[in-house]
Every structure is written in C-alpha cells, then in structure tokens.
Design a protein around this ligand. Structure first.
Ligand code: NZQ
Ligand code: ZN
Length: 388
C-alpha cells in the first residue's frame, strides 16, 4: 500500500434519540451563534425542523437561517450564507439535509473566514486556511459528506461543478438517525445507493498493490449495499434497512476503507461535468456512466474486475479467463443497477451529444483523468457517447 496519513475528526452520533439527547450540548460546545442551513423544505414536512429548533432553543443561543439550498448546490446560495455569517458573526454552521446542504454548509464555513470569493477554493488550487465550526444532521444516505471534508458546488454562470476539500471542513459532529431518512422517496433512495456504491468502486479500482484488507473492506461494503438495497426499497421505513444503508454511505467515503490506496475517480469527474450542464441527480449520472467507464478500462486490470465478480457477486470462476469473469462482473453491476431501477442512458434525462466535446475538454483541462487507467479527452468523449 502507499504511505499515508489518516485523521478524521468528526464525532458521529449514530442512531435514534441522539438529537434529543446530545444536539444542544454539541451546539453549545462549538458555537455561540448558529447559522441553520437546510434545503427545499423536506425537513419541515417530516418534522425534523421543529426538533432541531427545539434543541437550539434549549442551547439558548441566537439562530439565523439559510433555507433553500438546491440539490447540486449553487455558489450563489453559498455566497448568501457567507454574507450572513460575516454580517452576524456566526461561529457555527449547522447543516440539516442531504449532501447538497452539507456541501453548501462546508463552503459557507470556509468562505466565512476568507476575504476573497469562496469560489476560489473550487476553481483554483487555493484551499481554505480556516473555517468556522460545522455540524451536520444527515437526512439522506448517499454522499458520505457527513464524515468527510469534501464538498461539491455548482457555478451555473460558468457551467462548472467542482469539488474542494480541506482539513478545516470536516464536520465537528454529525447526527445520523436512520429514521430521518424514512421520508426519502424511492427515486432519491436509489440515487443514494448508486452514489455510495460508486464511491466504493472509485476506491476499489486501484493499481496500488499490497492492499488485501482494503479490498476486502470495499467488497464488504459493496456486498452489504447490494444485499440491503432491495430491502430498503421494498420497506422504506424498515429501521434495520435504513440503518444498514446509512452506515454504508458513511463508510463508503470517510476514508476508512481505502487508506493507502490510490482510487480512480474519473467517473465522478465526468458525472460532475454532465451535472454542470444538465443539473441531473448525481446518482443518476453515475448509474449511467459507471458501467461504460468499466467497459473502457477493463484491459488495464482485468484481475480486479474478476475479483469483483467473484467476491461481490459470487460468480463462479470455473473455466473462465480473468477477462471473461471480469466482464461478467460488469454485467452484474449493470444487472444490480437495473434491478433497483437506476437509469442506464443519458437519454433518460433528454441529454444529447451537444456539449460532450466541451465536457471532455473541461474535465481533462489539467491532463488525463483517472488513476486506474488515465483517460484523455478522446477517451472521455467515447464514454459519453457510449452512455447516450
Ligand atoms: O432540499 P430538500 O427539501 O431537503 O430535499 C432533498 C432534495 O430534493 C431531498 N431529501 C433529502 N433528505 C430528505 C429528502 N426528501 C425527503 N426526506 C428526506 N429525509 O433529496 C433531494 C436530494 O438531496 P441532495 O442533498 O441533493 O442529495 P445527495 O445527498 O445525493 O447530495 C448530492 C450532492 O452531493 C454531491 C453531489 O455532486 C451533489 O451535488 N456529492 C458530494 C460528495 C461529498 N461531499 O463527499 C461526494 C459525492 O460524490 C457527490 O459528488
Ligand atoms: Zn458521488
């Protein structure tokens, strides 16, 4: 494995009843003025908003609000949050929602300590040197943003969706109560499942050698996702199912399972390009693109594909070449995505080839993307066309 440094400072409160018991104490520990950040109103519909407001009133500290964070959060909304923080001397951002709300809150927390435009952290190599404290209450199992330092923001004017991460933007605390995900609709639940599965794949498709435990950990998370996806979709208010899926989402992208392993991440880069032009759900884009990325790179390491087939999808290897088994693994991924009802063509979102060349050029502007098999603009273009 590669040499690595690992630190993850997020204090996790997992399970039911934690908000009532610990939120007010955590808030007081980290702040004296809070900016409550949330999305389009789901938290009001299923009753979480009142619960949070109650805990904040117990903490007895002033609360300001930023509502309306969009899925694929916009830099304009982040700017509004930064302005509120600066105007009112906010020292804790509390994000209540899915990955979009959490990512917007990370940007706001960093932007509040920066004199320039917070977009610099996404569009340039500049990284935050400070951030105000961030706490989160997760309502959608998908991104892992509750326990990582990354965030993705969209600039609609420049048609860019870009990511940033910094040791300063780890949440100080995150509350993950599976009951808060009961109200996530079927389609969104599918997108979350695809996203977390893709996060594991991005790490798993690695050329780093000497990572036997990391591979097993990845396989365990993928197997658990595959097993529990059907249960959660059939029984959306089954606590055990929501809990299993929520924990998979956290583990898929908190850095724990892939320490010392160089992941690929090309598919995420390509998906962000598509989202930047068409505002599609991240998980939907990944479901379409990932199998085509797999088709395009299998020759760079058929053994890992064969291992996926055998260990995650229990496909018998007998008499097959590594390549044949690997292809069956890709077919198994496709079958899993189809079974849960994920989209499989860009056409599903009425996307045509109009902007493909720009997307391919933009995503490779710093050179070929992906570490499993580096892809140039032409290779990215081929994946986009195959996904139509
Ligand atoms: O806005 P509200 O009303 O809350 O509704 C949201 C939104 O419409 C709804 N929702 C969330 N929790 C709900 C709920 N509806 C009912 N009940 C609940 N309990 O779900 C919709 C989608 O929410 P969103 O936050 O956009 O979804 P997700 O968590 O999938 O986040 C997607 C964003 O995260 C980025 C994606 O690119 C995208 O911008 N990512 C962030 C990563 C990270 N920070 O590490 C990594 C990922 O790869 C990803 O790129
Ligand atoms: Zn993702």
């Amino acid at each position: 494995m590669n040499s690595f440094v690992f630190a993850n400072p997020t204090r996790l409160y997992y399970g039911k009843g934690q908000i009532e018991q610990h939120l007010s104490t955590e808030v007081k520990r980290h702040g004296s003025k809070v900016l409550l950040v949330y999305g389009g109103g789901s938290i009001k519909r299923f009753g979480l908003y009142e619960k949070v407001v109650h805990a904040l009133s117990e903490a007895g500290i002033p609360v300001f609000e930023l509502a309306g964070v969009e899925p694929n959060p916009r830099i304009t909304t982040v700017h509004a949050g930064v302005a509120l923080c600066k105007e009112h001397g906010i020292d804790l951002v509390l994000a209540v929602g899915g990955g979009s709300v959490l990512d917007a809150a990370k940007a706001i927390a960093a932007g509040a300590c920066y004199d320039g435009d917070v977009w610099d952290f996404y569009a340039t190599r500049r990284r935050p040197e400070a951030a105000i404290a961030l706490g989160t209450i997760l309502t959608h199992a998908a991104t892992g943003s509750e326990m990582n330092s990354g965030g993705v923001i969209t600039n609609w004017e420049t048609q860019e969706k870009l990511s940033s991460s910094s040791p300063f933007t780890f949440p100080r605390f995150s509350f993950c109560d599976p009951e808060n995900t009961y109200s996530v609709g079927r389609e969104q639940t599918v997108y979350g499942i695809v996203d977390m599965f893709s996060h594991v794949l991005e790490g798993y498709f690695s050329q780093t050698s000497g990572t036997p435990l990391q591979e097993r950990l990845c396989e365990a998370v993928m197997q658990t996702i595959v097993e529990w996806a059907d249960v959660v979709l059939e029984h959306p208010d089954d606590y055990a199912a929501r809990e299993a899926i929520m924990y998979c989402g956290t583990m898929a992208l908190n850095g724990m399972i892939t320490m010392g392993m160089q992941g690929d991440w090309a598919t995420h880069g390509i998906e962000h390009e598509v989202s930047a032009y068409y505002d599609i759900p991240h998980g939907g884009g990944l479901a379409i693109l990932f199998p085509h990325w797999m088709d395009a790179v299998i020759d760079a390491g058929p053994a890992r594909f064969a291992q996926l087939a055998e260990r995650v999808f229990h496909i018998a290897p007998d008499g097959k070449t590594e390549r044949q088994l690997g292809e069956e693994g890709i077919a198994a991924v496709r079958a899993f995505l189809a079974r849960i009802g994920a989209p499989d063509r860009l056409d599903h979102y009425q996307i045509d080839a109009q902007h493909f060349a720009d997307m391919a050029r933009h995503v490779t502007r710093g050179g070929p993307i992906g570490k499993f098999k580096p892809l140039d603009a032409e290779a990215v273009l081929a994946i986009l066309h195959a996904s139509l």
